[in-house]
Design a protein around this ligand. Structure first.
Ligand code: UFG
Length: 324
């Protein structure tokens, strides 16, 4: 069992990963500046409120806590915001990462799991997407993640880092028993917005129904946040056991359209999901589906909650407990 520093552990995916790391017997310290995370997501006693750009403080936490590896989530994630204020994404996502990597070097920690994104592929040439497809982000958020991925590759090459970059598809679902779920402010993601529509009666807007997909709406690979969390545990244990690093897609391999999500919500909740038709949202690729064979073969990972209704049921339970 290892001691692991989790940056961004007060956020959505980070907090689920902390929960499962501890359940697997690992010891965790969370570094989060709480700018977008929630203190309530972190168990008592393990939160260190620190901005990633404070290199000295991070290095002293890593040393004092004798951390053996880092899982790095802390980042801004809003695609729309990144097109309006790209500098925010460079400062926080890229600047924060540079500082963290410097702190890791100072403290002699060289094992790293990094939270990357399917946005790295932009509009993919082929679906399902394999890791060797061209990296071609189409917004500053995606670019900020790609820049950090490149830094990590160079640190692996020149600084003896051992790193795994996980490229997530559409994280969703919740772990309601643990009080954890998706709550962004503002919320932009489909499933929580459809559930909010069910709870409030105010319709969600479907962004485009004229795509070249079976029912005209966009297709995404929805991956349960707890399956995603498990991928991080497999990844960090693989590195701690001396395994090789690299980039891995994390998805189920199955795509669902926006309409299918609406139907799943109606089936799970037993209520109407009110929606209106709107224009396409800028920068939305028609289909994003992962080929995650590499992750399955190398790290022995398998999604066990891939069923869309299961995902929606967990998100629904969380939404009912915590309000829309
Ligand atoms: N959608 C709607 N209405 C809404 C919100 C979303 O129709 O109110 C549609 C979108 O057009 C898209 C699908 O629902 O087709 C999923 O949208 P999300 O905003 O939930 O997720 P994205 O696929 O846009 O984004 C996710 C991650 C990003 C990441 C991206 C990779 O949230 O961080 O995948 O392309 F960059």
């Amino acid at each position: 069992m290892a001691k692991i520093l989790v940056t961004g552990g007060a956020g959505y995916i980070g907090s689920h990963t902390v929960y499962f790391l501890r359940k697997s017997g690992h010891s965790v310290i969370v570094a989060d500046n709480l700018s977008r995370g929630d203190r309530a997501n972190v168990p008592e006693g393990i939160l260190r409120v620190v901005d990633l750009r404070d290199t000295a403080k991070l290095a002293s936490i890593l040393r004092e806590e004798q951390c053996e590896a880092v899982i790095h989530f802390a980042a801004y994630i809003a695609v729309g915001e990144s097109t309006k204020a790209p500098e925010l994404y460079f400062a926080n996502n890229v600047g924060g990462s540079t500082s963290l990597f410097e702190a890791m070097q100072q403290a002699g920690v060289n094992k790293l799991v990094f939270s990357s994104t399917a946005a790295a592929y932009g509009n993919p040439q082929r679906v399902p997407i394999t890791e060797d497809q061209p990296i071609a982000p189409i917004n500053p958020y995606g670019d900020s993640k790609v820049m950090v991925e490149r830094m990590i590759e160079l640190l692996d090459q020149y600084r003896g880092f051992h790193s795994i970059r996980l490229r997530y598809f559409n994280a969703c679902g919740a772990e309601p028993e643990a009080g954890l779920g998706e709550r962004h402010d503002p919320e932009t993601h489909l499933i929580p917005l459809v559930l909010r529509a069910v709870l409030t009666g105010k319709p969600v807007t479907v962004f485009g129904e004229d795509y070249d997909t079976p029912d005209g709406t966009c297709v995404r690979d929805y991956i349960h946040v707890s399956d995603l969390a498990q991928a991080h545990i497999n990844a960090v244990e693989h590195l701690l056991n001396g395994g090789a690093g690299g980039a891995f897609n994390v998805g189920t391999g199955v795509g669902h359209s926006v309409r299918e999500v609406l139907s799943a919500v109606e089936k799970v909740t037993g209520r109407k999901a009110p929606y209106i038709s709107g224009p396409r949202r800028e920068g939305d690729p028609p289909r994003l589906v992962a080929d995650s064979q590499k992750l399955q073969n190398t790290l022995g990972w398998k999604p066990v909650r891939a069923d869309l209704e299961r995902i929606v049921a967990d998100a629904w339970e969380f939404a009912q407990r915590h309000g829309a």
